[in-house]
Structure formats: structure tokens, C-alpha cells
Design a protein around this ligand. Structure first.
Ligand SMILES: Cc1cc2nc3c(=O)[nH]c(=O)nc-3n(C[C@H](O)[C@H](O)[C@H](O)COP(=O)(O)OP(=O)(O)OC[C@H]3O[C@@H](n4cnc5c(N)ncnc54)[C@H](O)[C@@H]3O)c2cc1C
Length: 507
């Protein structure tokens, strides 16, 4: 008879801190490659920000609601003849976004080219041609960034120069901001606002992010925008099943309190469980899904010099997140909706430069019952409202009460823009502030998407996946390259698994 502990004892050990998508990806891929992997998660469930709340027949996806680039996830599920489609059922969402403006204009963004053409013809003369030109430019940006930065997991400016050489990145829009890249091609003001707001996927400002971030519309329009049937949390369950199938040991309710150092190496972690007991695990490799800055502060107790170097990896924005169960349906809503600020440039400036709560934010509103009626009781609606706001900062500190005031401003705006008597129809409310997000996921100052993409601060580079300070310590998730959002953090997990195998002589 085989002894599973003896089998584990023969293997090299990996400890993963945190069961977000990045951490779980690295854990699964390394376990498949023959490592003995333990994953420790402070919360009672896996998924990190991909989380769920159920109440009174409503099922709220607390974090992500938009699933893109399904092909990034496929390798994790391909084993023994199975594929991703054996674990989750993906449904295409089109129109992808419905966009509401204060003057009553409504514009749908379609993946379907004929429907989109019709929408643009209605919008303004020249919009069809501008949009076509923009899509070509967006695709060029995507193709350049994908073949190096995404595919090979490049981490620094010098990796970039080495990979692309002098000519390889020709056409990459790195000298202008994302907003200027849009303005140059697109003249219609509504369309400009819509394209600028793609920066929402990484919680940054279109006026600070480099032009190549205009690759994001291509991601959504070339590869589709998807919903996971049963709710996005089904994706976390699928990952959980893969953890089990690949033999990863999962320690829920375990918060890692220290990464143990040994000169230029790390040798394991200390953790405390929710019941107060402590756990010490040795490791040949440690992978942190805790963000780079909090991990250096709280787990490594890094020097001031190290912390100073990390300052350029400023957090992306945070948000207030309002989940509402309603006793009616607003038929004008699509699955994904945006209610635009009357001055979006000012909105970006206030959130990202002044670091103040916005007075008139652009609001994202998701109503998943348009695709999946199981998310609310019959005749009811389930909506999530998410305006972006600054991460918790010292320049303009805000309080929970300030966040409540902002929530009221958002409800006023939505009522004004067509969701008549919204407040009167609320039967369930679940409200998150940046304080809750930070406490729940230990994210840096309540950031939702990891590190900000900013031309001047970091040129859209996030932290490196391999620690510059310890040979066998790696990072995954939104604070390292390629950054935040579900497909990107999953890519970081795939790359870290590869880097560990390479550093261990297993290419
Ligand atoms: C409201 C909201 C809306 C979003 N919308 C979208 C969207 O529509 N589409 C999209 O693609 N993305 C979206 N995102 C972003 C996306 O959720 C994240 O980029 C992604 O899920 C982060 O994954 P991660 O690997 O960085 O880990 P995280 O999800 O940040 O998880 C890290 C995990 O590590 C655990 N942890 C941290 N420190 C420790 C420790 N010391 N010990 C033990 N455990 C620890 C945490 O508890 C957490 O579970 C949204 C996020 C939020 C919050």
C-alpha cells in the first residue's frame, strides 16, 4: 500500500499564501508538476475577491462580474481529457455594456459588428469610421503587448527592451496617455467617454495610463465578454475542485503572520488559525498572493530602503460596492450598465490626482438576472453598484460615513437617470467600503485591482513576480505583472509556476 505522506516527503514543498485566483493557479500548476503544495487562506472560503453573498433568495457576486479571455484559464483545467467547459458553463453577453448619459442618451456597446454599426450610425456622423479606426489601433496595441508582456511574463522595462528589441514594439503607443490615444481617433464625446472607461478593468485613470492600455477594448470585442452560469463564484468553485484533484492541501481560516527568512532565502511560514492555534510550515518555495507592499510590511518586516523602492507600485483605486435586492425589475437595464459622470475627465482627476471622493462619479451597475434569472427571486432584481473611489490615502483621508454619503449621491444619480424610486424598492442591502475590502482581503489600502497603471509612476509595470530580495520567494496577483483583473492575475500564477520550475531545473 502507498503512503501519501511518504510521497509528499519525497517532493519539494511549496507554500502559497492566499487562495485568490493567482495563488490557486500557481498552486494547481505546481502540484501537477509534482510539488507538495500547501495553500493557506485567512478567509473561510477560497476565491479571494471572487466572492459571494447570499441573502433572502438573492445571490450577489461580491467581486468580479465580467469574465474575459477565457483561453487564459483553459490550461489549468486541461487534464485527463477534461477541459474548462467540464467545470463551468460560459455564456456570451451581448450587448456587452449599456451606457447611460445625463442628457438621456443611451448607447449600447455590441460585440456583434452589425448591431454596433447600427448603434453608431444612430449616434453621430463619422462615428462608424472613427470606431473602426480605433478598433484597428486597439488590436495593434493588444497584439504587441500580448506576444511579449503577457505571453512571456516580462517583468521590467529591461525585459521589455530585451524581448522586443529596437523594432519589435513598433506601433506601441507609449508616449501619449490612453485618453489622448482615444481623442486622436474618436470625435464623438459619448464614444470617447465609453472607451475611456475601459480603464475601469485596472482601476486607473485614462488620463494617466499609457496609450497602449487602449488594448482593453480589443480584449472584450475580439474575445467576448462572458458570464459564468450560476454566478461568477462558480469559477472559484471550479478552482477549488482543481485544488482537490491535484492534491493541494488547503488550510482555510489560516492567516500567515510571518515569512521565515534564512539569509538570501526564505524557509517557510508561520500562520495563525481562526481558533488561535499556530502552524509552522517549511518550504522550498514560497508564493505570496498577499500583495507585494503588505507582504513586505507585515510578513517580511522589510527595511525602509526596500519599502521606499516599492512606493512606485501605488495602489489602484478602490470602490464602494452596494449590492441591492429589489422587489421590482427595471427593464431598461442590460446585464452590464454604466451611468456616466457629466464630466468624466474631472471625475478621473478628483479620484486619481486629488484623491478625494467623487461628487459625480461614473457608476458601474450590473444586473445579472438579465442573463441568469436564478440570481434573484421571481419578479425581483439583483443589482450591484460600483463607483471607483481613491484607495485609503493620507492626502485626503475619508471615513465610513463619507462613503455612506457617497452611496446616497449614487442612488440620487441613478434615480435621476431613470431608476425611478430606486430606494423605495430595496428589500436587501449589503454595503462594502474600502475599509471592509482591506480587512477582508488584506489588500493594500483597500485597492480593488492591485497596482495602478500610470505613465509617470511605473509606466504600467507592476511589481516583479520574483522577489529581488529572496531567491525562492515569488508573488502572484494584482500587485505584480501583468496586474489586476481575473485573467491577468491568473496569468501571473501560470508564469510563477513556470518560473519556479525553471529555477528548479525543470523547464
Ligand atoms: C468589487 C470588485 C469588482 C471587480 N470586478 C472585476 C471584473 O468585473 N472583472 C475582473 O476580471 N476583475 C474584477 N475585479 C478584480 C479581481 O477580482 C481581482 O483582480 C482578482 O480577483 C484578484 O486576484 P488575486 O490573485 O490578486 O487575489 P485576491 O483576490 O486579492 O486574493 C488574495 C487572497 O489572499 C488572502 N490573503 C492575503 N494575505 C494573506 C495572509 N497573510 N494569510 C492568508 N491569506 C492571505 C486574502 O484573504 C485573499 O483571499 C473586481 C474586484 C472587486 C473587489
Amino acid at each position: 500500500m502507498t503512503n501519501p505522506s511518504a510521497i509528499r516527503a519525497d517532493k519539494k514543498r511549496v507554500v502559497v499564501i492566499g487562495a485568490g485566483l493567482g495563488g490557486m493557479t500557481a498552486a494547481i500548476q505546481l502540484a501537477r508538476a509534482g510539488y507538495a503544495v500547501d495553500i493557506l487562506e485567512k478567509n473561510p472560503n477560497v476565491g479571494g475577491k471572487l466572492n459571494i453573498h447570499r441573502e433572502a433568495g438573492f445571490s450577489f457576486d461580491l467581486g468580479p462580474s465580467i469574465f474575459t479571455l477565457p483561453n487564459v484559464f483553459r490550461p489549468i483545467f486541461e487534464q485527463n481529457g477534461k477541459t474548462l467547459d467540464d467545470y463551468i458553463h460560459l455564456e456570451r453577453v451581448d450587448p456587452q455594456w449599456r451606457n447611460f448619459f445625463e442628457d438621456g442618451t443611451v448607447v449600447d456597446l455590441w460585440e456583434n459588428p452589425a448591431a454596433m454599426r447600427h448603434e453608431l450610425e444612430r449616434l453621430s456622423p463619422g462615428a462608424v469610421e472613427d470606431y473602426q479606426k480605433f478598433l484597428e489601433y486597439s488590436k495593434l496595441q493588444y497584439d504587441i503587448v500580448e506576444r511579449g508582456y503577457f505571453k512571456h511574463g516580462l517583468d521590467t522595462f529591461w525585459d521589455f527592451v530585451k524581448f522586443y528589441g529596437v523594432r519589435g514594439a513598433r506601433g506601441l503607443d507609449y508616449m501619449r496617455t490612453m485618453a489622448t490615444g482615444i481623442e486622436t481617433v474618436v470625435h464623438d464625446p459619448y464614444l470617447r467617454d465609453i472607451l475611456e472607461y475601459f480603464i475601469k478593468y485596472v482601476g486607473s485613470s485614462a488620463y494617466d495610463a499609457p496609450g497602449f492600455m487602449n488594448l482593453m477594448p480589443n480584449i472584450q470585442l475580439e474575445f467576448g465578454l462572458w458570464y459564468v452560469r450560476g454566478g461568477l463564484y462558480e469559477l472559484a468553485r471550479a478552482f477549488e475542485q482543481r485544488l482537490q484533484e491535484t492534491g493541494v492541501r488547503v488550510f482555510l481560516n489560516h492567516r500567515v503572520t510571518e515569512i521565515l527568512k534564512d539569509g538570501a532565502n526564505v524557509r517557510g511560514v508561520l500562520a495563525r488559525s481562526a481558533d488561535g492555534s499556530t502552524l509552522s510550515l517549511d518550504a522550498d518555495f514560497v508564493v505570496s498572493n498577499m500583495e507585494v507592499i503588505p507582504a513586505n510590511q507585515q510578513l517580511l518586516h522589510s527595511s525602509r530602503k526596500v519599502m521606499k523602492k516599492l512606493e512606485r507600485f501605488e495602489p489602484a483605486c478602490s470602490g464602494i460596492v452596494v449590492h441591492l435586492g429589489l422587489n421590482r425589475i427595471y427593464p431598461q437595464l442590460a446585464h452590464h450598465n454604466f451611468f456616466y459622470s457629466s464630466d468624466q475627465k474631472r471625475h478621473f482627476h478628483r479620484v486619481f490626482k486629488e484623491k478625494q471622493l467623487p461628487d459625480d462619479p461614473t457608476i458601474y451597475l450590473v444586473a445579472p438576472t438579465r442573463t441568469d434569472p436564478s440570481q434573484a427571486p421571481p419578479g425581483c432584481d439583483n443589482i450591484k453598484i460600483l463607483p471607483h473611489i481613491p484607495y485609503r490615502n493620507d492626502q485626503h483621508p475619508y471615513t465610513r460615513e463619507d462613503c455612506v454619503d457617497l452611496k446616497e449621491r449614487c442612488l440620487d444619480k441613478l434615480e435621476r437617470m431613470g431608476l425611478t424610486d430606486l430606494r423605495k424598492h430595496i428589500v436587501v442591502e449589503d454595503f462594502w467600503t474600502p475599509f471592509d475590502i482591506e480587512e477582508k482581503y488584506l489588500s493594500n489600502r483597500g485597492s480593488i485591482y492591485g497596482v495602478v497603471s500610470d505613465m509617470r509612476k511605473n509606466f504600467a509595470f507592476k511589481g516583479p513576480k520574483k522577489s529581488p530580495d529572496f531567491k525562492n520567494l515569488f508573488y502572484v496577483g494584482g500587485s505584480v505583472n501583468p496586474g489586476g483583473g481575473m485573467p491577468m492575475v491568473t496569468l501571473s500564477g501560470l508564469h510563477v509556476a513556470r518560473l519556479i520550475m525553471e529555477s528548479d531545473g525543470r523547464p
